[in-house]
Structure formats: C-alpha cells, structure tokens
Design a protein around this ligand. Structure first.
Ligand code: HEC
Ligand code: HEC
Ligand code: HEC
Ligand code: HEC
Ligand code: HEC
Ligand code: HEC
Ligand code: HEC
Ligand code: HEC
Length: 475
C-alpha cells in the first residue's frame, strides 16, 4: 500500500502546488501578504480542511483575525520560511498574541506556568530526566525519547529550528506550558486554548487542565477534583454552566459548581480573571508558605528553580476566598481552610521534616562510602524517598486542597505505609551494611544516622501506643 500511495500523493501535491502557485502569481505581491489571501487559499485548499473549519468557528474568524496575524514572519526571523510569496512561521509564541492580548500575555509570563520548563532542566528534575533518558551513553536520538514524549510534553521543550526555518523533529510538535520559543519568549497559549478555535469556553472546563494535571504525571488534580463534591456536582450539572457566556463571573453567569478555572483563574464579582495561576495559591504543592517550588527543599533533594511570587502569600488566600464566597459563607470556607492547613502541617511536621533529615544523613553515609562513584538516583532509597515526597505527600496535600477525602487518605495512609515498610527498613539496612566499616569518615556518618534514627523513632508520634481520644475530637 505504502509504495503505491506515496507516488500518488507526491503527484497530487505537485499538482496542487503548481495550481496554487499559478493563482498566487496572478495577484500583485503586496496582496499576497494580506490575510484575505491566506484565507482565500486555505478555505478552498484540499489540505487541512479540518483545520480551516476549526478556525472558522473562532472569535478570530468573526473579527477578521486571519492566519497571517499569527503566522506572519519577517524574512530574518529564526523560524521564518517562505510559503508561496510570503514569509511565515509555523511556530506561534505568546509574543505573537501579545499585540492584541497584552494583559493575558503579561500575566502568563510572570506565572509559574511560564517557568515550567526550568523545573525539568534544573535540580532534581534534571537528575530525574537524565536518569530516565539513559543519558548520552544511549544510542542516537533515543536519548531524547523520555523527555520528548514525556516530561517536556507537559513542561515544554526548547524549540530548535533547522536551517530552513522549520522546527526540528525532537522539539516540535510540543505544547508544553513552559516551552522556550525561538523568539526567546516562554510558554504556549495553545496549551489550554486548542488551535484553531482558541476558545475561552473550552479552557473553562476542567478537562483542559487534565492533560497535565493528572496522577500519571504525579500531580493528581483532575482525580482529586473529580472525586470531590465540586467535581461530582460538575459532572451532574455541566450542562448548566453557561461556558459560552462572554463574561463568566461566578455567582452571576453560573452557580452550579466551580471548575479548575473558577477557583484558579476566572472572574468573581470583585476580582478580574487572571492568567497568573499563582495569584490565588498560598501553599504550593510543594508545601512551603511562599509560592516557591519547594519539594526539593522540603525533601532535601537537589534544588533547581526557586520561584517567588511578588505578592505576599496572605493576599493569595484572600483572593481564593473571594471565589468561595460566591457560593459559601465566610465561616464555611474559613473553617475549610483551617482543616486544610492541619493537613499541610501534618505532612510537613510529622513526615517530611524528619524524613528529610534522615535522607540527608543517609546520603552522607553513601557519599562517604562510595566516594567519587556516588550518584544521586542510583540507590533504592533515593527512589523510595523521592516517591514519598513527590507522589505520596503530594496526593495528601492535593487531596486536602481540592476536598477529596479519598486522595487525602491515600496520601496519608501511603506515606505511613512507605515509612514503616520501606523507608525505615532501608535506612536500617544501610546502617547494617556500613556499620562495621573501617573507614573513619564512614563510621562517623553511620553513627550520626543511627543516633538520629533512634531519636526520631522513639518519639511517641512514631512508636505509639496511641489513644483515639487524642486524635479525634468528641470521642
Ligand atoms: C496558494 C495557496 C496558499 C496560500 C496563498 C497560503 N497557503 Fe498556507 N498552505 C497551503 C497548502 C496547500 C499548505 C499545505 C502544506 C504545503 O504544501 O506547504 C499550506 C500550509 C500552511 C502552513 C503549515 C506549513 C507547514 O509546513 O507545516 C501554514 C502555517 C500556512 N499554510 C499558513 C499560511 C499563511 C499565514 C498564509 C498567508 C500568508 C498562507 N498559508 C497562504 C496553501 C496556501
Ligand atoms: C490566533 C492565532 C492563529 C490564527 C489566526 C491561525 N493560527 Fe495556525 N497556529 C496557531 C498556533 C498558536 C499554533 C501552534 C503552533 C506552535 O506549536 O507554535 C498554530 C499551528 C498551525 C499549524 C501547525 C499545526 C498543525 O496542526 O498542523 C498550521 C498548519 C496552521 N497553524 C495553519 C493555520 C492556517 C492555515 C490559518 C488560517 C486559516 C491559521 N493557522 C490561523 C495560531 C493561529
Ligand atoms: C502529565 C504531565 C507531566 C509530566 C509527563 C511530567 N510532569 Fe512534572 N509536573 C507536572 C505538573 C502539572 C506539575 C505541577 C504540580 C503541582 O504544582 O502540584 C509538575 C511539577 C514538577 C516538578 C516540581 C515539583 C516537584 O514535584 O518537585 C518537577 C521537578 C517536575 N515536575 C519534573 C518532571 C520531570 C523530570 C518529568 C519527567 C521525568 C516530569 N516532571 C513529567 C506535570 C507533568
Ligand atoms: C492554563 C490554561 C491557559 C493558558 C495557558 C492560557 N489561557 Fe487564556 N484563558 C484560560 C481560561 C480558563 C480562560 C477563561 C477565563 C474566564 O473565565 O473568563 C481564558 C481566557 C482567555 C481570553 C479571553 C478573555 C480575556 O482575557 O480577554 C484570552 C484573550 C486569552 N485567554 C488569551 C490567552 C493568551 C494570549 C494566552 C497565552 C499567553 C493564554 N490565553 C494562555 C486559560 C488559559
Ligand atoms: C490581530 C489581533 C489578534 C491576535 C494576533 C490574536 N488575537 Fe485572540 N482575539 C482577537 C480578537 C479581536 C478577539 C475577539 C475579542 C472580542 O470578541 O472581544 C480575540 C479573542 C480571543 C479569545 C477569546 C475567544 C472566546 O472564546 O471568546 C482567545 C482565547 C484568544 N483570542 C486567544 C488568542 C491567542 C492564544 C492568540 C495567539 C496565538 C491570539 N488570540 C492572537 C484578536 C487577536
Ligand atoms: C500543558 C500542561 C499544563 C496545562 C494544560 C495546565 N497546567 Fe497548570 N501547571 C503545569 C506545570 C508543569 C506546572 C508546574 C509549573 C511550575 O510550578 O513552574 C503547573 C502549575 C500550576 C499551578 C501552580 C501550582 C503550585 O503548586 O503553585 C496551578 C494553580 C495550575 N498549574 C493550574 C492550572 C489550571 C487551572 C489549568 C487549566 C485551566 C492548568 N494549570 C493547565 C502544567 C499545565
Ligand atoms: C473549589 C475551588 C477549587 C477547584 C474547583 C480546584 N482547585 Fe486547585 N486548589 C484550590 C485550593 C483552595 C488550593 C490550595 C491553595 C493554597 O494552598 O492556598 C488549590 C491548589 C491547587 C494546586 C497546587 C497545590 C497542589 O495541590 O498541587 C494546583 C496545581 C491546583 N490546585 C490545580 C487545580 C486543577 C488542575 C483543578 C481542576 C482539575 C483544580 N485545581 C480545581 C481550589 C480549587
Ligand atoms: C459555584 C459555586 C461554588 C464555589 C465557587 C465553591 N463551591 Fe464549594 N461547594 C459547592 C457545591 C455545589 C457543593 C456541594 C453541595 C454542598 O455540600 O453544598 C460544595 C461543597 C463544598 C464543601 C463540602 C465538601 C464536603 O465533602 O462536605 C466544601 C468544604 C467546599 N465546598 C469548599 C469550598 C471552597 C473552600 C471554595 C473556594 C475555594 C468553594 N467551595 C467554592 C459550590 C461551590
């Protein structure tokens, strides 16, 4: 089939090109650079009829914004190539949208979303990606596989261009949220606004966040939301949400249930919509009072990106409370936030802080024993602790934040199970393995680890006996 098909296709393309080039050369060159010309041809071209139909449903089509307004390029742009009589680029960056959507672009640029690529290329993210990818020792371009098909599809690739102004196959297609574009800008508006409809209505739905915010990538926000009362109410009433309304103010244009966008982005009566998703977050996933990426710090893992929001964290909480107050009383949501904070403290104080101290001490033992051969992410305990921090603690935190009791329990129960059945036994195993080392440095490090482990595990919080009266109000 392939052999027969290819020549036919080539012939077809050749005929098409000749035909269109002929038509185009009949028009003065200045007119070719007009948007109408792109449309005139693309509306009738046999290529990509679906793409044109998507576009023709958009607000852009209504307002006469055409292909060239987004794809137009200067001849000397790194991503420009000649398309018939004019220069275009297939890459469209936030900078291309900026001339008409200044506010959205400015807000996006300062958000955590625009920094997402840096998370993968620095600190623990870089260790993890290198480790999965098999590093440079692995054959040809297979070394890019893990990043290209995995991490960078969510976090964003750096788009590289070939000498013809076409993006390279390793780096594009990619709609990662913190993508690095050839013009130096970061991010990609098409992460949430699918081409070519660019609809606000679609982005307001929780599904548009789910491509990235899901448990398979270690970030179970769509699952926690779906298993919360908000998510189940949304599922029952999504037909009553008025998604296509031009203004989408919670409590005015809709009231059935909140979606991700409602709480993190869309407008309330007294607060405009924002593309800066950090503006309403007080504790980020990563369990730190400011908005920096802190899993690394809280877990004693290699720190990469540090990111601080300009506004004080308390202001972020007030912003979020404005959303709740469209549907709930101040006392109701106020109590909720206190309940959530209890969970944040539990994970932080009972599990992450002592676990981090032990991880640092065990790392010192391994470093002393393995000397220059030591590498992070080559020992079982590295994976145990990374998984506990990155997946299990995050499940508990995200479960509490998005009001999903099942996920909170999964995180809390999972952490305790990993602590007693994997982490502590692994620490003891390493103490035993290096316990009678003749190397003075190793001996010193093992002693420090053993003493700390005993000190922590002798505390009542880890050794019991426990009393239900102390842990359950009213009992
Ligand atoms: C004469 C007809 C014609 C005109 C005029 C035309 N296009 Fe195209 N365009 C096509 C066809 C056919 C394709 C399919 C791929 C190809 O043959 O290059 C295409 C492909 C594209 C692509 C994808 C390129 C790639 O290699 O992935 C973009 C982007 C594009 N056109 C934008 C534009 C813009 C912007 C304009 C106006 C400046 C325009 N087109 C004018 C016919 C046309
Ligand atoms: C509002 C801006 C905008 C308009 C208008 C627009 N595009 Fe695009 N287009 C984009 C964005 C954003 C992308 C994603 C490119 C990237 O990854 O950087 C894209 C991607 C593409 C692609 C490559 C992706 C694919 O699915 O093959 C083609 C081809 C394309 N556009 C053609 C067109 C044509 C033809 C028109 C006019 C009918 C048009 N575009 C109008 C913004 C626009
Ligand atoms: C399915 C999409 C997806 C994939 C695939 C993915 N991530 Fe993430 N990642 C996210 C999201 C979403 C967040 C933000 C989570 C939050 O704030 O709760 C995140 C956060 C992070 C963080 C910072 C927080 C933390 O947990 O330390 C790092 C580092 C990170 N990712 C690295 C990686 C690496 C390395 C890979 C590939 C091995 C990867 N990610 C694959 C979506 C993804
Ligand atoms: C994280 C997902 C997401 C990304 C990424 C995103 N948007 Fe949006 N955008 C939304 C949501 C959700 C809405 C609807 C807000 C509301 O309810 O009114 C929206 C609405 C809009 C609107 C219509 C309302 C307005 O503000 O005028 C424009 C224009 C817009 N976005 C442009 C952009 C541009 C430009 C970019 C790239 C810098 C971008 N968006 C990136 C989610 C996103
Ligand atoms: C030449 C100006 C121009 C450019 C460039 C442009 N837009 Fe728009 N955009 C508009 C206009 C005009 C509207 C309609 C606004 C209205 O109806 O008030 C619009 C509307 C939108 C909406 C809201 C659609 C809805 O459902 O209500 C989104 C989302 C959006 N644009 C995203 C983008 C993105 C993303 C880019 C870059 C890839 C982009 N725009 C580039 C002019 C532009
Ligand atoms: C293409 C992937 C992608 C999509 C789509 C996406 N996000 Fe994200 N989001 C990420 C990544 C990756 C991060 C972590 C980036 C960072 O912290 O630098 C993140 C971070 C966040 C954060 C900050 C978390 C924190 O711990 O402080 C919030 C809130 C958020 N996203 C909400 C949303 C919402 C709401 C939507 C949908 C309207 C959405 N995102 C769509 C990838 C995505
Ligand atoms: C009812 C409002 C609400 C809805 C709906 C909601 N969130 Fe959240 N989200 C919150 C609150 C509250 C926090 C915690 C904020 C804080 O720590 O101050 C949070 C935290 C987050 C965080 C950072 C912490 C973490 O859990 O990793 C991300 C990322 C996030 N939400 C994404 C989403 C996504 C994606 C959806 C939809 C699938 C969603 N949220 C739905 C209210 C909501
Ligand atoms: C658009 C309306 C709307 C918004 C906005 C909203 N909620 Fe809700 N909330 C609901 C509905 C509907 C329910 C389920 C019915 C009920 O119990 O009232 C609910 C239930 C709850 C519950 C009960 C959960 C349980 O399992 O018992 C809590 C807690 C809650 N919301 C907190 C919040 C917080 C905190 C915010 C702001 C971050 C918020 N809600 C924003 C509509 C909303």
């Amino acid at each position: 089939m392939g052999k027969l098909f290819i020549p036919l296709q080539v012939l077809f393309m050749l005929l098409g090109t000749l035909f269109w080039t002929d038509e185009a050369s009949a028009i003065p060159p200045s007119a070719i650079t007009s948007g109408q010309n792109c449309l005139g041809c693309h509306a009738t071209a046999d290529n990509m009829p679906g793409l044109y139909k998507q576009y023709s449903k958009s607000a852009h089509y209504e307002k006469n914004v055409t292909c060239i307004d987004c794809h137009g390029a200067q001849a000397d742009d790194p991503d420009a190539f000649q398309h018939y009589e004019t220069f275009i680029s297939v890459i469209v960056s936030p900078r291309d949208c900026q001339k008409c959507h200044e506010t959205a672009v400015k807000e996006f640029e300062v958000s955590q979303h625009a920094k997402a690529r840096e998370l993968v290329t620095t600190g623990v993210g870089a260790y993890f990606l290198n480790n999965l990818a098999g590093s440079r020792h692995f054959g040809d371009d297979a070394k890019y596989a893990a990043g290209t098909n995995g991490c960078l599809r969510c976090h964003g690739s750096e788009i590289l261009m070939d000498k013809n102004g076409h993006p390279t196959k390793e780096t594009w297609p990619n709609s990662g949220i913190g993508r690095k574009n050839p013009d130096g800008s970061m991010g990609n508006c098409a992460s949430c606004h699918e081409t070519h409809e660019f609809s606000a209505a679609q982005a307001r739905r929780p599904e548009s966040c789910a491509i990235c915010h899901n448990s398979e990538g270690g970030d179970p926000q769509i699952e926690t939301y779906s298993a919360s009362r908000h998510g189940t109410t949304y599922a029952a009433k999504s037909g009553q949400m008025n998604f296509h309304s031009r203004e989408w103010v919670v409590g005015e244009n809709y009231s059935a249930a909140p979606t991700c966008a409602t709480c993190h982005m869309s407008a309330t009566r007294d607060m405009p919509a924002t593309h800066d998703i950090g503006k309403r977050i007080n504790w980020s996933a990563l369990l730190q009072e400011t908005n920096s990426i802190a899993v690394q710090e809280k877990c004693g893992l290699p720190v990469g990106l540090k990111y601080e929001q300009p506004a004080p964290a308390s202001e972020h909480r007030e912003n979020m409370e404005k959303v709740c107050s469209a549907c709930h009383s101040k006392m109701f949501s106020g109590h909720f936030f206190k309940q959530y904070e209890m969970e944040v403290r539990l994970i932080k104080e009972k599990w992450l802080e002592p676990g981090k101290v032990l991880f640092q001490l065990v790392t010192e033992v391994l470093q002393a024993a393995e000397k220059e051969k030591y590498a992070f992410l080559t020992h079982p305990i590295d994976y145990t602790w990374f998984g506990m921090c990155n997946t299990t603690a995050k499940a508990a935190h995200t479960g509490a934040a998005m009001m999903s009791p099942g996920w909170t329990e999964k995180g809390n129960g999972g952490f305790a199970a990993a602590w007693y059945s994997s982490y502590i036994p692994a620490l003891k195993g390493i103490i035993e393995k290096y316990g009678d080392s003749s190397d003075k440095e190793v001996e010193k490090r093992v002693k420090a680890l053993r003493e700390k482990l005993n000190e922590i595990m002798n505390k009542k919080a880890y050794s019991g006996p426990w009393d239900i009266k102390e842990t359950t109000p009213g009992k």
